[in-house]
Design a protein around this ligand. Structure first.
Ligand code: PXP
Length: 238
């Protein structure tokens, strides 16, 4: 089975918020992603709502027809939001309120009990729960014991070291994935995946179900869309 691509649309909201107003239109963008074959939409609302606002999450939940994945730290406000919206999947991430982007997986030994309660609470309302984790086979037992359905492997380190040796870069991820599979945990992955490193990752990681990609994908839309758009603007001036 091919892994699903869930497109993280945070950066579209960042661009919109830079000017106020509704350009680019987040809902329209999400619908176009789906029309083009994207199999999911991911958002990561942060407490300061600097990109995705809580209202965006409500609006997207009415619009998204594929899988809706909401990521974030399980603060009371975040939990209230996902309980109102009930997305397909909630990805729990340990980032602090001021983190620029997710920068670590859960310390599952420390937060096992805290997460177990939250996983149960969300699952009882029909949501699938995934935990953002480091590529370590040792922590998979802890992930399993929380009752989570899936783990999301934090791929920043893979992306950073891919250029030196793809084989070495993916090694800990393969080991972690095998341990997760053994325990019947589903496997997602994300962070810093891009056109250069994605194919190798997807073809070498056993059991990969889903990747969520934002930053590089949105940047590639700018590059690859430039020629078409520039032609249109130049033609207005001709
Ligand atoms: N997964 C998680 C938990 C994230 O926080 C992010 C970034 O919001 C991503 C995946 C996607 O990372 P990127 O924007 O680098 O593709």
């Amino acid at each position: 089975m091919r892994p699903k691509l869930s497109v993280n649309v945070n950066k579209v909201a960042t661009l919109r918020n830079a000017r106020g107003g509704t350009i680019p239109n987040l809902l329209e963008f999400a619908s176009q992603v789906e029309a083009c074959g994207g199999q999911g939409i991911t958002v990561h609302p942060r407490p300061d709502q600097r990109h995705i606002r809580y209202q965006d999450v409500h609006d997207l939940s009415q619009r998204v027809t594929t899988e809706f994945n909401i990521e974030g730290y399980p603060s009371p406000a975040f939990l209230q939001l996902v309980e109102q919206v009930k997305p397909t999947q909630v990805t729990l991430v340990p980032d602090g309120p001021n983190a620029l982007t997710s920068n670590a997986g859960w310390d599952l030994r420390k937060h096992q009990i805290f997460l177990t309660g939250i996983v149960r609470r969300l699952q009882s309302q029909g949501m699938r729960v995934s935990l953002f984790v480091e590529p370590s086979s040792a922590i998979m037992e802890y992930a399993k014991s929380t009752g989570a359905d899936r783990i999301e492997l934090y791929t920043e380190n893979y992306a950073k070291t891919y250029g030196e040796s793809a084989e070495l870069a993916i090694e800990p991820y393969v080991k972690a994935a095998l341990a997760a599979k053994e325990l019947n945990l589903g496997i997602n992955a994300g962070h810093d995946l891009n056109l250069e490193n994605l194919r190798y990752f997807a073809s070498h990681l056993p059991g990969l179900l889903e990747v969520s990609i934002g930053h590089a994908l949105i940047a590639d839309c700018l590059y690859e869309g430039l020629q078409t758009v520039l032609k249109k603007y130049l033609s207005c001036l001709s």
